[in-house]
Every structure is written in structure tokens, then in C-alpha cells.
Design a protein around this ligand. Structure first.
Ligand code: GLU
Length: 309
């Protein structure tokens, strides 16, 4: 039984990512689980310096005091496992471009995801041959309009229709929805705590876990950190990573305190450790609203006025 944190090495972890990591760690430890770390670096070839970014992410997680069990898992080293999983599933090739799907599909879901309308499932052989001559196919799973219900610790029951989602992209890279499920099963993860932008992916992933012969995990989706404009917090919003905050006088321990205060686990400026937070953590009292972050609040003047820890 394990929880996990699974960052993508696209940029340094920002306050929202770190906060989700803290909640996932607290929830796993609180419920007597181990805690695993996985680097979701399947896109690493497209991200300059992904190796360096992931090393910084590991260092930042250690700096705020989170510990992990077992080896770090790198998705880029698990391509054989994804291929083996795909081989056991009912799949078909899809030649559709993004634009064709947008034109054929119904409106996107609230999260921007467009359910696949099944075009290539019904493709006449001759048309398939024409497309195959010029396009590389993605591989989709045949879900036959299944529905799937998951239980989220905070959101309750969430039901979704499972479309024929992509397992392997047309550039040959395993899709996120495949890798995450294969890995969670292989890593004995039965508790998936992550940002609530992924809540709507959960029914799809739980269904796939079942198809792969596993038990779907329990879910716990944490409200995201937003900027002042109500958008998802990002690096461009200013001083949002440990490295950005350090010149303003913030130690990693103080940043942990900042995150803990946002979770209602301490007073602002109170010195904390992960162990102390664990004693205080009650999963059912987690704030259900997004955390609005204004990086100018963490300016030098503010840091100088805080007690040092
Ligand atoms: N790698 C994903 C991200 O950084 C998280 C995937 C997951 O937790 O399932 O957003």
C-alpha cells in the first residue's frame, strides 16, 4: 500500500506542486502507507534539461522534509512495461489529427478534453490504407462506451464515460493515461493524491487499471493553487519556487510553514516540521477551495518581518 507523488520535469516545482506533494505525503503517512516518487519524463526528449530539472525537483522535495520509500521510478526507463501492457489490451490504430477530432467530436468537456468519436474504429479498409501511407497512427483502446465510477476522498463519487482514449501517441511515446496506470499498479500504489485538474481523468484511469487486471486506487484530488487572476499558478507568476523565494529570505523550512498555513495546519510564521504536521493532519478538514497565491506577498519586506527558523 502506497501513496505517491509523480511530477513531470517541465519546470521547477512551484508552491502549488509542493503543496500537493505535502498533502500526498501527509495522507499516505497518516493512513499507514509507504510513499513513492515517480518522475514522469516520457516527454523528456522534448524538454531541454529535463534531467537537471528533475534533480532539482528531488532536491526541493527533500529540502522541505518529505521522504520517499524505495527507488525513484523514471518513466523513461519503463518503456518495455508500457509495451507489454498495450499488447494485452484490445486496441486499434487511429489516424485522426487533432483538428479532425475537434471537427468530428462533440464539444470538449469542462476540462478541454474531447472524447474520441470512434472515427477510425469504423474506417473502411481502403481509406485506412490511404491514410496509413502518409500518417503514423496513434493506438487507442477499445472501451465500447464503458462508464466508470471512482471514489474521491474529497469529491465523492465521480462517474465518467470512458472514450477510446490514446494509449500510444502517434510519435510512438506511451500516453500519460497508460503510463500512470501501469506504473501505479507496478508500484503498489493504491492511493492517488494529486491536483484536482486530473479528477476528470480518474474514471478513465480506474477503468484501465481494471482492464490490466488490477484494483483501481482510491483517489484524493487536491484543489489547485491559482494566481490572482484565478488561473492555474505557473512559473511566470513570479517568485513561486524554492529557488525564486530563497533570495527573498525564505528557507525551505519557512516555505513548508507557508504551505502548512495554507492548509490550516499552523499559524503563519510558526516553525513546523513534517512530523509536526503529520500529528495535526486531519484529511477531512483539508480546505476545499483553491489556494490563491500572490507572489508579491512573499517579497523581501515580508520575509524580513518573519521570525527565522
Ligand atoms: N505528472 C503529472 C503532473 O505533473 C501528474 C500525474 C499524476 O499524478 O497522475 O501533472
Amino acid at each position: 500500500m502506497h501513496g505517491r507523488f509523480a511530477p513531470s520535469p517541465t519546470a521547477a516545482l512551484h508552491l502549488g506542486n509542493l503543496r500537493t506533494a505535502v498533502v500526498a505525503w501527509l495522507l499516505a503517512r497518516r493512513t499507514g502507507r509507504g510513499f513513492r516518487l515517480r518522475i514522469e519524463d516520457l516527454d523528456a526528449t522534448r524538454v531541454a534539461a529535463a534531467g537537471e530539472v528533475s534533480r532539482l525537483q528531488l532536491a526541493d522535495l527533500a529540502a522541505i522534509g518529505l521522504d520517499f520509500d524505495g527507488e525513484v521510478v523514471w518513466q523513461s526507463a519503463r518503456l518495455d512495461a508500457y509495451a507489454a501492457a498495450v499488447a494485452g489490451l484490445d486496441t486499434y490504430e487511429c489516424f485522426c489529427t487533432r483538428r479532425e477530432i475537434a471537427e468530428a467530436a462533440s464539444a470538449p468537456n469542462g476540462d478541454g478534453y474531447r472524447p474520441y468519436p470512434g472515427t477510425c474504429l469504423r474506417l473502411p479498409a481502403r481509406q485506412r490504407a490511404v491514410l496509413a501511407a502518409t500518417r503514423r497512427p496513434a493506438l487507442r483502446v477499445r472501451a465500447e462506451g464503458a462508464t466508470s465510477t471512482v471514489r474521491d476522498l474529497w469529491a465523492g463519487e465521480v462517474t465518467g464515460t470512458v472514450d477510446d482514449f490514446v494509449l500510444v501517441r502517434n510519435d510512438g511515446v506511451p500516453a500519460y493515461n497508460l503510463a500512470v496506470v501501469v506504473d501505479d499498479l507496478a508500484m503498489d500504489v493504491d492511493q492517488v493524491c494529486r491536483g484536482d485538474d486530473l479528477l476528470s481523468s480518474s474514471p478513465r484511469q480506474a477503468w484501465l487499471a481494471g482492464r490490466l487486471g488490477g484494483e483501481p486506487p482510491g483517489y484524493a484530488h487536491v484543489p489547485l493553487a491559482l494566481n490572482r487572476d484565478g488561473e492555474r499558478l505557473a512559473k511566470r507568476d513570479g517568485a513561486v519556487s524554492l529557488a525564486d523565494l530563497a533570495p527573498h529570505g525564505w528557507t525551505p523550512g519557512q516555505v513548508l510553514g507557508l504551505l502548512a498555513a495554507s492548509l490550516g495546519l499552523c499559524e503563519p510564521g510558526e516553525p513546523v516540521t513534517p512530523g509536526l504536521l503529520l500529528d495535526r493532519f486531519d484529511p477531512l478538514r483539508l480546505p476545499r477551495e483553491p489556494w490563491v497565491v500572490d507572489p508579491t506577498d512573499y517579497s523581501e519586506a515580508e520575509a524580513n518581518s518573519r521570525s527565522t527558523t
